[in-house]
Design a protein around this ligand. Sequence first.
Ligand code: ZN
Length: 380
Amino acid sequence: MYQGVECKIYPNQKQANVIQMTFGHTRFIWNQMLDMLNERYQNNKCLKMLSYSKLSSLIPQMKREYTWLKDVDSAAIQCTVKTLSKAFDRFFKGFCKYPNFKSRKNHKQSYLSTIRGNNIRFNHNQRYIKLPKLGWVKCKTSLTHIENDRIKSLTVKQKASGQYYIVLLVTSENQTLPQTQKNVGIDLGVSDLAITSDGQKFASQKLHLKYQKQLYYWEKRLSRRRLKAKAKGIPLMEAKNYQIARKQVARIHEKITNTRKDYIHKITTYFVEQYDVIVLEDLNPSNMLKNHKLARSLTNQSWRTFRIFLEYKCQKYGKRLIIVNPYKTSQLCSNCGYDSGKKPLDIRHWCCPSCHMEHDRDINASKNIKHIGLEQALVT
Ligand SMILES: [Zn+2]
């Protein structure tokens, strides 16, 4: 089992230049090889696709032809060829589209590299990481300690905001958490992100409200500067002020994503620590909120992330996750099972006409989710 760990890195100017050069060189290799394969296919359509070993045997020849390729991490070049070969495999199996050429104009760039000896390693307090051809780079990791011998591979990437990150692929240690003999049902909502069957509510963060002013400010400038550059006939890649605004907008979106993920990490970790069996409602596309507003899309993303995090954490820590169909969970009384029909969304509390129990809408739903899940668990 592997897991990815993302860390932010702070390269100095010289290191940033080397990273940019590696983006460029690996992109060059990708495009050259893809071009060559396209041409080969056009010339003779019956030829079999070249295998990875055949493709990688072309690298030394290319390095002789383009000597500057030697300036960057050779593992990164090797990995590019491997990724291209895998992309073709996936295409032939029908899993994905035909591989595309890579563009310099893409705001997100990345390259992959693998460990050779101990060329990728943290220093003792994990404030710095040694990366191939870059030397020691300042970094910021999450609190968990990563032993150097668990690192398998590395992706260096630049996000749209211009900031650099690395993703380390590390072997994950399956640490089973102690059993607590407690089970829980979770309902996912809008104003509260998660509501549990034992009455806990985890409020939504309302990040769209926190950042809407900043976002509005920079988005307005972005569109104004785009028009200005067009009027002057300057390509957007070279329009400096436009690029500043673009990066600012991307930066705010990244900030929102990071804050959101961090919060969901905290909640999901709490759940796997506290409970043995966790029951969650299935998110089908029809009950996803259909609206293009930022608030709605953030809620949808949060639900999806919540489930993904819970899935992998349950597996990692030896807990059980049950996904149930949310059919009628907001209509039935969790105490006696009486179906009191559909209720408008603004009704937050209701009283069961049959057993006269007072219900909080969301807590009642999560109790029903828990019941359905535990019944399913008995059957299977
Ligand atoms: Zn009832």
